[in-house]
Design a protein around this ligand. Structure first.
Ligand code: ZN
Length: 89
């Protein structure tokens, strides 16, 4: 894992270099999720991921109240229904 040292500005903000964000698929104008979690060695950490407004399986627009989150992946109810039916012959 590579990292950089940045300072938090007087307003509590942190600027993340765009080159680092692009590595994880985030670009200017994207919405992001910022969440607290635990890293692989047990430290409390911030995790930044792209906020997807479309289902990661079928590409349909996600609707509030009709979206299912499976770990870091957001999918529509239709895809969740298909998955819940199990294995297909
Ligand atoms: Zn879907």
């Amino acid at each position: 894992m590579s990292g950089i040292t940045k300072s938090i500005d007087r307003n509590g903000r942190l600027v993340v270099p765009i080159d680092m964000l692009k590595v994880i698929g985030i670009d200017r104008g994207d919405q992001v999720n910022v969440e607290l979690g635990t890293d692989s060695i047990g430290r409390t950490a911030l995790f930044i991921s792209k906020y997807h407004t479309t289902c990661q399986l079928c590409g349909q627009a996600l609707q509030a109240g009709r979206t299912v989150q499976v770990r870091e992946t957001r999918i529509c109810e239709g895809c969740a229904d298909i998955i819940s039916k199990g294995v297909v012959d």
